[in-house]
Design a binder for this molecule. Structure first.
Ligand code: ZN
Length: 219
């Protein structure tokens, strides 16, 4: 079975077609998949979302997709620009990525889901990507969540992970589990300081807050 067949099954976009898939040997082995606009399809303006006449085509760029067999997969596509009557010359919008994001939305959601289970640094290591890309993926998921959120019932907001640059601005140190320091805010507070999101092992939590804030009922 060809990779193209799998992609058409899991990620088909009506106005685009997959071309050849090639192994690319760089620092790490990767698979590059060509993506082309379907003949006669009109590009959509990224400003207003409506189809518009073509203007020109930009150099091909890469969009990272979910790795296969531990091998990085990226799509190679030359974005078109349109001459939109309302917005002027704009790059087209594509259905698989948001804005100038180098990750496909599918891969960004994939990373963001893993980032709920592992530290962002671990996610970056396991999937051979960068901390910044995991960060962007989580940011995208958070922005999506904000646009679709229900704020009722939220009692505290903390910081789950931080990135610190060393004095030379190069090396990275990571910390996880940081949460704004506060005491258990339950109805019958146990007084124990919250330990952060990692500490929130369900089931044996503080009866005051059901363990939602990582404390375990003191004693
Ligand atoms: Zn437009």
């Amino acid at each position: 079975m060809q990779l193209k067949t799998i992609l058409n099954r899991v990620q088909k976009h009506r106005s685009f077609v997959y071309g050849a898939a090639r192994l690319v040997q760089g620092a790490r082995l990767a698979i590059g998949v060509e993506v082309r606009a379907r003949a006669n399809s009109r590009a959509k303006c990224s400003g207003c979302g409506y189809p518009a006449p073509g203007y020109d085509t930009l150099p091909a760029r890469r969009f990272e997709f979910v790795p296969l067999w531990g091998i990085a997969v990226f799509w190679v596509y030359a974005m078109r620009r349109v001459s939109c009557a309302s917005c002027g010359v704009r790059v087209e919008s594509v259905p698989w990525a948001t804005g100038k994001h180098p990750l496909t939305d599918t891969y960004a959601w994939f990373l963001a889901r893993w980032a709920r289970r592992l530290s962002w640094k671990e996610v970056a290591e396991v999937f051979h990507t960068s901390w910044e890309k995991v960060f962007r993926a989580v940011e995208m998921a958070v922005e999506w969540g904000r646009a679709h959120q229900d704020l009722s019932g939220i009692e505290a907001i903390g910081i789950d992970e931080i990135q610190v640059l060393d004095q030379y601005g190069s090396g990275h140190y990571y910390g996880r589990g940081f949460l704004d320091s506060f005491s258990c805010p339950g109805e019958h507070p146990c007084g124990e300081e919250a330990r952060g999101l990692d500490g929130g092992a369900g089931g044996d939590g503080c009866p005051g807050c059901d363990g939602r804030f990582g404390c375990h009922g003191g004693s």
